[in-house]
Write a protein of this length. Structure first.
Length: 430
């Protein structure tokens, strides 16, 4: 116990961690009589009023997040000698500490932890909040078995200082967890957090980062040169890692909710959604192991509710990206069609926890996919095909129809938006 009070109410008790940007203290909230954690940022990182005002704004945004896998923010001190954030105290350890002590985790544990973090990020992204520093050190494994994500807003608050120190040859944060666009000073988007999820899953499965480089230049060269080796793990999980670590953000999964859903399905024994994420250029096989596998079935109630994703990354890729997924999608569609054809009348259709029933379209039969007419198409699909034909031509619309018909309404709409954007870019109409 010390005599130091933060904001006149949080008494520092014990320093429990020290890092390159901050030190963390266990403290007592003397007004509410509860333990809290106080993260005191090193003063030189936030030396002026604008940087501290940014810290307050980011803390306020993070405090508005309400998700069981996100550590709560209680208060912020921007006036003291060391700027501080007061947050929920989590008894446990970081994923980084667990990996350092025990090595790689069992595959089911790695998938569950990553799914928990993905659902937390999906919630944050829907509120317009990007974490920017997703890494094993910011994933807390509580004593009660829950996964918690910490430090929302910290990386953004330090952005100006990070830029200054990087120019001087010093990088703030964990270098191995930085996405290519972060190293290049490019735009930070929700898909930047997906790269961090790939790092988390890779380290959980293999015990080491995907690109263990000693400098920012070496890391950038490694990221650009080739995908990391992902050996000795389930091939569907390897596909998830490869997808998240794609050099181009547009080649990463659609959003964190889709990634969480794929991992939850894998945990329930269905690897198809995870396997289908494999980028075509990585060489990672999309054929997942189909033998008998034991999976941990997670609670679907923990998944975030489906709402429109507000901040999509502008994609600049060729129109062929759905074709790269067509084989996997068509296979899923054929399996779904077979199950529907053999189901008893009055059966119940299960809906993924991250999709609403209104967004799930019945899978077409093989004949319908191959030869749909405007009359046979659902109205929403006919409208999407018409939009695609207007901007990209009838040939492109026909090529993509089968893939779009096998998607949910929301994913199909997003795919068409991306295709139209690419067509306009190529034609100079953007």
């Amino acid at each position: 116990m010390t005599d130091e009070l933060i904001l006149g109410r949080y008494r520092l008790v014990e320093r429990i961690a020290v890092g390159g940007t901050a030190e963390v203290w266990r403290a007592d909230d003397e007004q509410l009589h509860r333990p809290v954690a106080v993260k005191r940022l090193h003063p030189h990182l936030l030396p002026d009023a604008p940087s501290r005002q940014r810290l307050v704004a980011e803390a306020r945004a993070a405090a508005g997040l309400a998700h069981p896998a996100i550590v709560g923010i209680y208060d912020v001190d921007s006036t003291g000698e060391s700027p501080a954030i007061v947050m929920e105290l989590v008894d446990g350890e970081s994923l980084a500490a667990r990996i350092q002590r025990e090595g790689p985790l069992p595959e089911a544990d790695a998938a569950r932890i990553t799914a928990d973090v993905a659902e937390a990020l999906y919630h944050a992204h829907q509120q317009g909040v990007v974490h920017r520093d997703v890494k094993p050190g910011n994933v807390l494994l509580a004593a009660d078995g829950r996964t918690r994500l910490v430090d929302f807003g910290i990386a953004h608050s330090l952005a100006a200082s990070t830029e200054r120190l990087t120019m001087a040859g010093t990088v703030i944060g964990t270098l191995s967890a930085m996405a290519p666009e972060q190293l290049a000073g490019g735009p930070i988007t929700p898909r930047t957090d997906l790269y961090g999820l790939g790092v988390v899953l890779h380290e959980a499965l293999l015990g080491q980062p995907p690109f263990p480089s000693a400098s920012a230049v070496a890391l950038a060269d490694a990221q650009r040169a080739e995908p990391p080796a992902i050996e000795g793990v389930d091939r569907a999980l390897a596909a998830v890692v490869a997808s998240c670590l794609a050099f181009d953000p547009a080649d990463r999964p659609l959003h964190a909710g889709a990634l969480a859903s794929a991992l939850r399905s894998w945990l329930a024994g269905d690897p198809s959604a995870a396997a289908s994420l494999a980028p075509a250029a990585t060489g990672v096989s999309v054929m997942a192991d189909t033998g008998a596998m034991t999976r941990v079935i997670s609670d679907p109630a923990s998944a975030s509710p489906p709402v429109a994703f507000p901040a999509r990354t502008p994609r600049r890729r060729s129109r062929a990206w759905p074709l790269a997924l067509l084989v996997a999608i068509a296979g899923i569609a054929l399996i779904a069609a077979f199950v529907m054809a053999n189901a008893r009348p009055g059966g119940v259709t299960e809906v993924s926890p991250t999709e609403s029933a209104s967004e799930v379209a019945p899978a077409p039969s093989a004949s319908q996919s191959a030869a749909s007419t405007p009359v046979e198409r659902p109205g929403w699909l006919a409208n999407l095909i018409e939009r695609l034909a207007d901007d990209c031509g009838e040939d492109v619309a026909r090529e993509q129809e089968a893939a779009l018909a096998a998607m949910s309404r929301k994913d199909a709409r997003d795919a068409v938006d991306d295709l139209i954007k690419d067509c306009r870019d190529e034609n100079g109409d953007g």
